[in-house]
Ligand binder design. Sequence first.
Ligand SMILES: Cc1cc2nc3c(=O)[nH]c(=O)nc-3n(C[C@H](O)[C@H](O)[C@H](O)COP(=O)(O)OP(=O)(O)OC[C@H]3O[C@@H](n4cnc5c(N)ncnc54)[C@H](O)[C@@H]3O)c2cc1C
Length: 382
Amino acid sequence: MSHDSSVEQQILATIDKWVEQELRPIARDHDQADEYPTDLVEQMKELGLFGATISEEFGGLGLSASTYARIVSRICEVWMAPSGIFNSHLIMASCVERAGTQAQKEHFLPKFATGELRGGIGLTEPDAGSDLQGIRLVAKKDGDDYILNGTKTWISNGIKGNCLAVLTKTDPNASPRHKGMSLFICEKGEGFSVGKKLKKLGYRSIDSAELIFDDFRVSKDNLVGREEGKGFQQVAGGLELGRINIAARGAGMAKGATNMALHYAMDRKTFGKPIAEHQAIQLKLAEMSTRAAAAELLVHQAADKFDREERCDLEAGQAKFFASEAAVQNSLDAMRVFGGYSYSPEYEIERFYRDAPLLCIGEGTNEIQRMIIAKQMVARAS
Ligand SMILES: Cc1cc2nc3c(=O)[nH]c(=O)nc-3n(C[C@H](O)[C@H](O)[C@H](O)COP(=O)(O)OP(=O)(O)OC[C@H]3O[C@@H](n4cnc5c(N)ncnc54)[C@H](O)[C@@H]3O)c2cc1C
């Protein structure tokens, strides 16, 4: 799954060019209008982003987690929302590639890689987020099919996507609860509909939806691994990459906010000199850049371990926790540097301030993340 560094440099240069030419110019207007970036999706298909981490044998780019994390960070330095179009899609793909049968890999992964089938992961429900084992969406066996009934909420790509990995209960009475959980790849069809598009503080332009499953019929061929009771572990495996991805977003946003603050501070003058020459602003800039650099290093530590196929829940948790908090803090600090203009949609910083808090919630809240880190600390010390 890894390329040599010259190939990585070429890929990153292509992404940088795309970000500057296509993403930056439309970010503010699309965010303000909450308008879906349809053109970007087509460009992402051409760039291969829907197959970024899918193996080459299944039509993907086969990028390492390290290169992938760099791509995500570079996009999020400018605008976080577009990364959401392919991030949770690739978690779905990772679940199939890690836990699917050979037939499922051959059927789904090439279609995921081109974006012909694209979507994300349906885990959260109105009454269950952190406590995933408390979900209620039921998949009941019916001959060679399963019938799904229940509701998912906050699902990224739920409207524009056509396919989702859906976590269900095949045995609601199982004990322990995770033994009754199964993951299905569901293509949209009769009985699988959008309840509503959800309004959001930030992370606009990207669809977040409530999804309703009403007697939705799915073949047992779409049960990941063709085995019941493994869904929770399958999803947890995909979430390691998901956490590295959120961490990469955080590191990118922390750096983007720092860069914006730096340039503004060099430009804006008070009391006869640029505010970058006032010590109070210098302290902020120094703290922001240090936080951003530390976040980047933690992301790469976790991604390197992931690429070496070593257990990395501690490292991915640390990176996710630190980098997401860094994004929030740096956005807030940049707001201070911008003064009154921070409050204006004419500048980009207010979008960072609205987007960043999501990173503390998604892929396991930072409260849960700290619990994972501490448990691993104890396990490794025992
Ligand atoms: C914009 C957006 C996009 C999203 N995209 C997706 C998606 O694509 N797919 C998907 O499945 N979900 C998605 N989510 C949902 C997200 O994963 C959940 O919101 C998240 O897991 C938290 O669940 P919750 O909101 O139910 O909070 P709760 O689980 O109700 O938690 C509420 C608070 O209690 C804390 N808490 C809970 N349990 C404990 C505990 N044991 N100890 C200490 N503190 C605890 C939490 O940290 C949090 O602070 C998205 C959410 C948003 C806002």
